[in-house]
Design a protein around this ligand. Structure first.
Ligand code: PPS
Length: 293
């Protein structure tokens, strides 16, 4: 199979994007959401797969265990805007999903979300991760994922990340844009990767409360254990090992799964520059991230 080539970044309605996520723009914008669809929205590398698997198990874990062990998660929770040769497009997968509800993933900044999700008043789960760990994870992902632009070296990557010159644009705009949306759209549950690490069970409880689910204690225990990093890492159905354009020899998808790995990457000077810039961009005191727990 011919592997897709690394794309160039370009400005798309004010957001850095690649053609793999914009080629299908018209179809994506015209996507017809259903009232019970659940959208999982994140900046890339914030914990999308983790929360997707939690929701997948909450809704379908007991009813269709055979599917849980045969169809990869990325096909059961389609990535709405992806359109890469030789794999099913997100739109096609979503349109053909037999499940109810449909769980759908997006990395779009809030202003790119197709109108029908708002019109149908769909539930949305947004996951955010602190900028430093998010960037480290994204850097390693861009090294191993052949449909991402070449990341270059760490130092140049760090500066491009700060300028929003990575796919799906500025982390700062993304997390703030969705946070602002939460103030006016009540069906949005905004959660943090660091909270999930700190207490997965507590965050699953909050999710269930938002979704109106009441799993048994037994089921909740099983899910909490199944979604721990080590279990997901060895689970081929969720660890992305079947995706042809990812090179796990360069870096695994389930890489470290921790808070604070940024300390192994940032120099003291880089950290100071980053913090200085962060203060200027993150002016809303109600949105706070933890870079260690
Ligand atoms: S993607 O490509 O945008 O969908 O990636 P995404 O799933 O959002 O993020 C991948 C990072 O999430 C980590 N991850 C987890 N951490 C802790 N526990 C669990 N269960 C878990 N599942 C996924 C994954 O390891 C990536 O982070 P890094 O820091 O690179 O390890």
């Amino acid at each position: 199979m011919d592997l897709p080539s690394r794309p160039e970044l370009f400005d798309f309605h004010g957001v850095s994007m690649t053609h793999y996520f914009t080629d299908n723009w018209e179809n994506i914008q015209n996507f017809q959401a259903r009232p019970d669809d659940i959208l999982i929205a994140t900046y890339p590398k914030a914990g999308t797969t983790w929360v997707s698997y939690i929701l997948d198990l909450l809704y379908f874990g007991l009813t269709s265990p055979e599917i849980q062990t045969s169809i990869p998660l990325h096909q059961r929770v389609p990535f709405l805007e992806i359109n890469v040769p030789s794999v099913d497009s997100g739109i096609d997968l979503a349109d053909n999903l037999p499940t109810s509800p449909r769980l759908i993933k997006t990395h779009f900044p809030v202003q790119f979300v197709p109108n029908s999700f708002w019109g149908e008043n769909c539930k949305i789960v947004y996951v955010a991760r602190n900028a430093k760990d998010n960037m480290v994870s994204y850097f390693h992902f861009d090294r191993m994922n052949m449909v991402e632009p070449e990341p270059g070296d760490w130092s140049s990557y760090l500066h491009r990340f700060m300028e929003g010159k990575v796919v799906f644009g500025s982390w700062y705009d993304h997390v703030n844009g969705w946070w602002k949306k939460k103030q006016t759209y009540s069906k949005l549950h905004y959660m943090f990767y660091e909270d999930l690490i700190e207490d997965t069970g507590r965050e699953i409880d909050k999710l269930c409360c938002f979704l109106g689910l009441t799993p048994s204690v037994e089921k909740k225990k099983k899910i909490t254990s199944g979604v721990q990093f080590d279990n997901m890492k060895k689970n081929d159905i969720v660890n992305h090992s079947t995706i042809p354009f990812m090179d796990f020899k360069i870096s695994p998808f389930m890489r470290k799964g921790m808070v604070g790995d940024w300390k192994n990457h940032f120099t003291v000077t880089q950290n100071e520059q980053f913090d200085e810039d962060y203060k200027k961009k993150m002016r809303d005191p109600t949105l706070q991230f933890r870079t260690e727990i």
